[in-house]
Ligand binder design. Structure first.
Ligand code: C2E
Ligand code: CA
Ligand code: CA
Length: 666
């Protein structure tokens, strides 16, 4: 047996509500019944009076009116005091008592004047009594008790009277009346049950609707919480990449005119270093502070997002977007560079920003974002702490650089980079004094990649050390081979970019490599651009370590920078390499001649070797020689070449100088 078939028990509040509905329904019904009852009573009196005038009929009529008036007043009181709603049981009790009073008055009808005559009970009166009882049943359908309180007395009185009369026709009508009473009783019960059920259904429907709307509200709330989680960056509270992408897409979905949408992408400079050296706590504090500075700069319509790591973006919407974006971009760079206090410490980062404008720089969300990103990349490559506006020419250049970066690691690993060597010779007699190692990368898809592009990519990928190791290893191999070519004293130079001079990674690496190849450090030369020699104490310390280990040091592109001579002297530089720009037009340019001889004078005074780069023809060589220059490097002697080609070139070179010895001018 299951309990499923049992009717659901009705709880107290529901019962109360149902009783209220019953009381209200009965109340509404009575308002119609009372005047009707008075009217019918008047017609009965009229009919009886016409038959035979009789004062008892008038008393009865007065009684009906009085009872109905009393019931009417009760109804008013119940209504005014809201008893039907607040205490429905009581209201129903009062109403059924009123019904009983009405019923009792109507029960007197059979005993009025001529109602009982020779032909038995006046059939008109029987008809009226049954009619008025049926009316009561209809009006009080909600409450069977009220119906029955009204109907039972007149029906019973009629029934009993008919029995008393006792004629066959009276007995038949008595039986009909009894049957009518029973049917009424049954029907009124069914009516009440129907009413209660319909009320239950109504209440259930209301409850269901309420709980549905509660559930709906709950779902909405959880949805909101979920979307907040999905759409914000937990650290900074800014929009995250998902929300940013959606917003940017929405911005494009709305039809817009020119100069109403701009996109800034922002990247912090030096953030990785701060995170690595000061810890993630400081890194997080920096990001949070930058986020709040960004938010402070933008308007309500703009959206600031953190795209991940130290990358941010701002969507600027509305008329005059370009001007506003430029202003915001410049301000970002300014305030991002102001010190950030984290606990006891003060940290300084910088920011670079890229700007792209709709529609000139992108007609879709993806295109605009890519353009802003390219502009950002250019800002960083151009020395950081810059705002750079996208320009279509940048695109190709940057895509190329991206491809270089994407393929460099693999190329290094698979040894697809080549190291070429360019000889350095004595102007007088052509003796080979050394070689400079220069990178070459014949790229599968990009063609020849220039060494500065390779170096920049390595820096971006934090692979400079690996790149230097690659070149130095090949330089060391050449050093091993040179005695075999009859050049036991020749040096091999490698280029090292300025940034590699912080820390002692470089010196340890080069010491390792020379030891592994069993070549003396004194034959490996390290070319540094003037920039590096200018840099901080850290670079000085590393240069001192290299010098102590016996490496030769050369200042590259001399004359281009602004090195202090005193500083160069203090570093014990072995060689100065005069930049090839001074050699251009040396035969005719008095100015370049004066400059070169001044530089040569400095070298002599400091006992530093001088090498002139970029000698391309015999005339330049002769002029340089006449200016006191001893060593040169350039296409006139040889282009940079593969190590395997060196023996062949050496043979040719020896032959050339043997045939055509340089005219000694000194
Ligand atoms: P750099 O150190 O000044 O190298 C000399 C550059 O001048 C080389 O260009 C060389 O090929 C070129 N050159 C030599 N003789 C002549 C000549 O007679 N006329 C002309 N017009 N040019 C001549 P390259 O190989 O393209 O290298 C360019 C720069 O890339 C180098 O300038 C150097 O700063 C850098 N680089 C090359 N290899 C490396 C490397 O392994 N590591 C680092 N850090 N930088 C490198
Ligand atoms: Ca060089
Ligand atoms: Ca140079």
């Amino acid at each position: 047996m299951t309990h499923a078939s049992r009717p659901t028990p009705i709880d107290e509040p529901t019962r109360h509500q149902i009783l209220s509905a019953q009381a209200v329904s009965v109340l509404d019904g009575i308002v119609l019944t009372l005047p009707a009852s008075c009217f019918i009573a008047v017609t009965i009196v009229a009919v009886l009076w016409l038959d035979a005038p009789n004062t008892s009929v008038l008393y009865w009529l007065a009684a009906i009116f009085a009872v109905n008036l009393a019931r009417y007043i009760t109804v008013r009181v119940i209504r005014r005091q809201n008893i039907a709603i607040e205490r429905p049981k009581r209201a129903l009790r009062i109403l059924s008592l009123g019904a009983l009073a009405g019923g009792l008055t109507w029960a007197l009808t059979p005993f009025l004047g001529t109602v009982i005559g020779e032909g038995g009970l006046n059939p008109y009166v029987v008809f009226i009594i049954c009619g008025i009882c049926a009316g009561a049943m209809m009006q009080s359908a909600a409450h069977s008790q009220t119906t029955m309180m009204f109907a039972v007395p007149p029906i019973l009185a009629t029934f009993v009277t008919l029995l008393a009369i006792g004629t066959p026709s009276s007995l038949v009508i008595a039986a009909d009346t009894a049957l009518f009473g029973l049917v009424m009783f049954r029907t009124s019960q069914v009516n009440e049950r129907e009413f209660v059920r319909s009320q239950m259904d109504r209440l259930n429907a209301i409850a269901l609707a309420a709980s549905l709307s509660d559930a709906n509200a709950e779902i909405n709330q959880s949805n909101q919480q979920l979307s907040a989680l999905v759409n914000t960056d937990p650290l900074t509270g800014l929009a995250n990449r998902t929300l940013f992408n959606n917003r940017l897409r929405d911005a494009f979905a709305a039809s817009r005119s020119a100069d109403t949408l701009a996109l800034l992408t922002i990247d912090l400079d030096r953030f990785k270093a701060i995170n690595d050296t000061m810890g993630h706590g400081v890194g997080d504090a920096v990001l949070t502070e930058i986020a709040s500075r960004l938010t402070g700069l933008t308007g309500e319509k703009d959206m600031v997002a953190r795209l991940g790591g130290d990358e941010f973006a701002v969507i600027i919407e509305g008329t005059g977007a370009e001007a506003r974006a430029r202003l915001i971009g410049k301000e970002i760079i300014r305030i991002a560079g102001e010190p950030i206090v984290v606990g006891e410490r003060s940290v300084t980062v910088g920011a670079s920003a890229g700007l792209a404008l709709y529609p000139a720089h992108g007609e879709s969300a993806e295109a605009l974002f890519a353009s802003a990103d390219i502009a950002l990349y250019a800002a960083k490559a151009g020395g950081r702490r810059k705002l750079s506006l996208f320009n279509p020419l940048l695109k190709a250049r940057i895509e190329r650089q991206r491809l270089i970066e994407a393929t460099l690691a693999e190329a290094l690993e698979k040894q697809m980079l080549q190291v070429f060597f360019q000889p350095q010779v004595e102007l007088d007699g052509g003796r080979v004094t050394g070689f400079e190692a220069l990178l070459r990368w014949p790229h599968d898809t990009l063609g020849a990649v220039s060494p500065p592009d390779i170096v920049r990519a390595a820096q971006a990928l934090h692979m400079s050390t690996a790149l230097t190791a690659y070149v130095a290893t090949r330089a060391a191999r050449l050093l091993q081979a040179l005695p075999g070519y009859g050049l036991p004293d020749a040096a091999v130079a490698i280029n090292v970019s300025p940034r590699e001079f912080s820390g002692d990674t470089l010196s340890r690496l080069l010491i390792d490599i020379t030891q592994q190849h069993d070549v003396p450090p004194s034959r490996m030369e390290i070319e540094i651009t003037e920039e590096a020699t200018l840099d901080t104490e850290a670079a000085g310390a590393e240069l001192a370590r290299l010098e102590a280990a016996g490496f030769r040091l050369a200042v590259d592109d001399f004359g281009m920078g602004h090195s202090s001579l005193a500083y160069i002297v203090s570093l014990h530089i072995d060689r100065l390499k005069i930049d090839r720009s001074f050699v251009r037009g040396i035969e005719t340019s008095r100015q370049n001649q004066t400059l070169i001889s001044a530089l040569i004078g400095i070298g002599k005074a400091l006992s530093i070797d001088i090498v002139v780069e970029g000698v391309e023809n015999e005339a330049e060589a002769r002029m340089l020689q006449s200016l006191g220059c001893r060593q040169a490097q350039g296409y006139h002697y040889a282009r940079p070449m593969d190590a395997a080609d060196i023996p062949g070139w050496l043979a040719q070179h020896a032959e050339r100088f043997a045939r055509q010895p340089a005219t000694d001018v000194t």
